[in-house]
Design a protein around this ligand. Structure first.
Ligand code: MG
Length: 464
């Protein structure tokens, strides 16, 4: 990250430093007046009461003037960013609202609903805006509305940081670690290739690697299924051979441990796609290879199996990227049935709810492992990282690689070094959006995402 590479960031930083200096002068001056009044003849509470309007006077209210979606599809991955414009010239915020599978619906939720809802509101009141926006549709939650709300929420935190002249992690309490420790993905179609990938990531400095054999559910291990022979389902539907998957994963762990040693932390994502008892039996087999965690053992419909899982193994468990509502974690946390909360931050509505879930986890020794796949915008990855830096009960972060094109569209994106993610020190989330370039990659009119369309050999649909 360099000011020379992104000269406008230098200009922007200068603007904010000047802005903050002026505000600080006003604040000190006004606090001085309030303090004098307090000493002259009143008690401490009235001094505080006078300091508050002084602060208001020092920080003139800034209103939201527009909320709009910036959809973009570089590398054929639909990304949606929310831009919040304000009554202060040049002051805007960006937040991630990416929901690749229903991108156009999220754009509509932002442009057709949140825009009207937000105009005229005070940008400083993030909690108030979140709470009122959350119930503004009466029926709430769900990925479309939550992602739109997340984009708004993250953008307001971005603006808050810019107004304060601080990176967002500072607003959350400052750093409790120097950078964000990440895991890499070492999936491949064969055990040998996966082992090679693990070694490559170890050479790059990663301390944590997730190992997968083929795609989730090891689709690459499966042969031509009977349902396709019978002409059942759709031509692009995928198949999972559950037995082959359950047999191969322990073999994969054994080989990686044998070849790569004990100094690397190993993770694996079941991705919910096998029967609960099969998942439990497989996790028990993995105990001897000391997994860092096993992720998403059950689909959300099968949460009732967590107690059985916990009673049969001490392997750490990460869960929850499919949850929409922060309340879905409360029972799993308080009963200590999971070890890592696997939140997709835009899915649950942004930084505001995520930080609450994270802080709640501290009470139950549940750590964070925010979801960070390629279909989260760099703004969203920055939001993940700012929370990661600030909270005490950080666990691990999913790493991400940004192409040159993504870095051009999103200047200031986080950088990876030796398996750590770093954010820049620019006020706010630190990521800007080159709108002109973003718009050169429009969303496709038709959504052809069929990754969830997985079937058993006989054609039975399988839930992720
Ligand atoms: Mg997962």
């Amino acid at each position: 990250m360099s000011f020379f590479k992104f000269p406008y960031l230098f200009v922007e930083s200068f603007f904010y430093l000047t802005y903050c200096y002026m505000n600080r002068r006003n604040l000190l001056k006004n606090l001085g007046l309030g303090l004098s009044a307090g000493i002259a003849g009143t008690t401490l509470p009235s001094t505080a009461a006078q300091a508050s309007p002084s602060y208001k006077k020092g920080m003139a209210p800034v209103k939201i003037t527009k909320v709009k979606a910036i959809p973009t599809c570089p590398h054929n991955i639909e990304l949606i960013v929310v831009k919040v414009e304000t009554s202060e010239p040049g002051l805007v915020g960006y937040g991630c609202a990416t929901f690749r599978q229903r991108a156009h619906a999220v754009v509509s939720a932002i442009d057709d609903y949140l825009n009207d809802f937000c105009q005229g509101r005070d940008v400083d009141n993030i909690e108030d805006i979140w709470q009122t926006a959350y119930v503004s549709s009466y029926w709430r939650n769900g990925p479309v509305l939550n992602n739109a709300l997340s984009g708004l929420d993250q953008a307001l935190w971005d603006i808050k940081g810019k107004r304060a002249g601080m990176p967002v992690y500072q607003l959350l309490g400052g750093k409790t670690r120097f950078a964000v420790d990440c895991y890499a993905h070492a999936g491949a179609g064969t055990i040998e290739k996966t082992v090679e990938n693990v070694q490559r990531y170890m050479d790059e400095g990663y301390r944590h690697v997730r190992i997968q054999l083929g795609g989730y559910g090891s689709a690459s291990l499966s042969e031509a299924p009977d349902f396709k022979e019978a002409g059942f389902g759709m031509p692009d539907d995928n198949v999972i051979n559950e037995r082959l998957y359950l047999k191969k994963v322990p073999e994969l762990f054994a080989e990686v441990r044998k070849t790569c040693g004990e100094d690397i932390e190993l993770l694996h994502d079941i991705h919910e796609r096998v029967q609960p008892m099969d998942a439990i039996n497989m996790i028990r087999q993995l105990e001897e290879y000391r997994p860092f965690f096993i992720e998403d053992p059950f689909s959300p419909e099968n949460n009732g199996y967590f107690k059985i899982l916990r009673n049969h193994t001490t392997v750490p468990i990460a869960m929850g990227e499919l949850y929409n509502n922060p309340h879905e974690w409360t029972d799993l946390m308080k009963e200590r049935l999971i070890d890592y909360i696997r939140i997709h931050i835009s899915q649950i509505g942004g930084i505001t709810p995520a930080i609450k879930v994270a802080r709640l986890g501290e009470w139950f020794n549940v750590k964070t492992a925010w979801h960070g796949p390629g279909d989260v915008s760099p703004v969203g990855h920055a939001a993940n990282a700012h929370i990661d830096l600030a909270i005490w009960n950080f666990g691990i972060q999913e790493s991400v690689h940004f192409s040159d094109l993504l870095r051009e569209i999103f200047p200031g994106s986080p950088v990876m070094k030796n398996g750590y993610m770093h954010v820049n020190e620019v006020p706010g989330l630190g990521v800007e959006v080159n709108e002109q370039l973003a718009l050169k990659y429009p969303l496709p009119a038709k959504n052809d995402y069929n990754w969830t369309q997985l079937r058993k050999n006989d054609g039975t649909p399988v839930r992720p």
